[in-house]
Design a protein around this ligand. Structure first.
Ligand SMILES: Cc1ncc(COP(=O)(O)O)c(C=O)c1O
Length: 347
């Protein structure tokens, strides 16, 4: 009989529980009655908190999940005949069940992106057919920060993308499901990677950084969108008891919880990579930049190790796996995992 996996694995940062400060924040607003649909005091406070991070012009729209944030944001930035340029491996392209196409009616132009990162050259190469009625009209460039492959864009790289997109009459959307990890990795404020780098609309992630549930669409450039409030409702992302989503985001961003959580996740990923990189037959694929480690293991090892710890295969053909660390990953978790990996390696 195989023993059950231990409590904390490395499958994803959304497999972790809820940070105690977030739970406390939910409990703290669980008093009396408050207006629904965002007219409550906590959501008003959320607007001030987000303005503090992203600038006075920033408008914040809490939603339930990341797919919803992306779909509503992209829809608000586009017309029915628009296309969105994104990396091949973008979450919106491979992990959202075609929601951008099905729900928003957009065409995704998914382009090769080494390391998960778009470049100005790639955008220029694929932003074609302007004014041609046979061609979906390039409208948005969508990048993820940090990327699905664990890499991080520098502010300069984002600014160059924004300059290129804006020069072509396009807009920039950032899928920031792990923006906090990127900012922590670069030791920069959130606005340095968003508002100040020319991003127009952000999907801000909370769930992967300690929330129970909750993300936010953050409109950084008011001229980049139309009808977010209507699209959010029509897209089934408007919470009636919004104060409970807003309270979590306030607790994350009012102090430094976002940074503490992200720093821990990133530090544990670095620790994990260091703990396994010299094991025989283990190839850590790239320098750890945020909270994910990618590695190639000898045949059969991943399947044996997975009986003890949860994690995903990344590329079955290449034999690579992905290990993600969370706000609550500990040094003991990492040591136990590295020891188990060493035990499972062929002798
Ligand atoms: C890059 C990225 N964007 C967005 C999401 C949000 O997805 P969900 O709709 O599950 O909240 C995820 C979750 O895995 C993600 O990794």
């Amino acid at each position: 009989m195989t023993s059950p996996p231990p409590e904390r694995g490395f499958a994803s940062d959304n497999q972790s529980g809820v940070h105690p400060e977030i739970l406390a924040a939910i409990a703290a607003v669980n008093t009396g009655h408050q207006p629904a649909y965002g007219d409550d005091d906590t959501t008003a406070r959320l607007r001030t908190v987000f303005a503090g991070h992203f600038g006075e012009q920033a408008a914040v729209y809490p939603v339930f999940n990341g797919t919803g944030a992306n779909v509503v944001a992209l829809q608000a930035m586009s017309d029915r005949w628009s296309s969105v340029i994104c990396p091949e491996g973008a979450h919106i392209n491979v992990d959202e069940c075609g929601a951008a196409e099905r729900v928003a009616g957009l065409k995704l132009v998914a382009v090769p992106a080494p390391g998960g990162k778009l470049t100005p050259e790639a955008i220029r190469r694929h932003a074609t057919g302007f004014g041609d009625p046979h061609h979906a009209q390039p409208r948005v460039v969508s990048i993820s920060q940090s990327t699905e492959t664990g890499t991080v864009y520098t502010p300069g790289e984002i600014a160059a993308i924004a300059e290129t997109a804006h020069g072509l009459g396009m807009l920039v959307h950032m899928d920031g499901a792990r923006l906090a990890n990127a900012a922590a990795a670069l030791d920069l404020p959130l606005r340095a990677l968003t508002t100040d780098a020319g991003v127009d609309v952000l999907s801000f992630g909370g769930t992967k950084n300690g929330l129970m549930l909750g993300e936010a669409i953050v409109v950084l450039n008011p001229d980049a969108v139309r009808g977010v409030e209507y699209l959010r409702k029509a897209g089934m992302q408007l919470a009636s008891k919004m104060r409970f989503v807003s309270a979590q985001l306030v607790a994350l961003l009012e102090g430094d919880l976002w940074l503490r959580n992200a720093r821990n996740a990133n530090a544990m990923a670095r620790l994990l990579a260091d703990a396994v990189r010299d094991l025989p037959g283990v190839e850590v694929q790239q320098e750890v930049q945020a909270n994910a480690v990618f590695a190639v293991l000898p045949p059969g090892v991943a399947d044996r190790l997975r009986k003890r710890f949860a994690f995903y295969t990344w590329d079955a053909e290449a034999g690579s796996v992905r290990w993600v660390c969370s706000f609550d990953t500990t040094e003991q978790d990492v040591a136990a995992f590295a020891a188990a990996l060493a035990e499972e390696l062929p002798r």
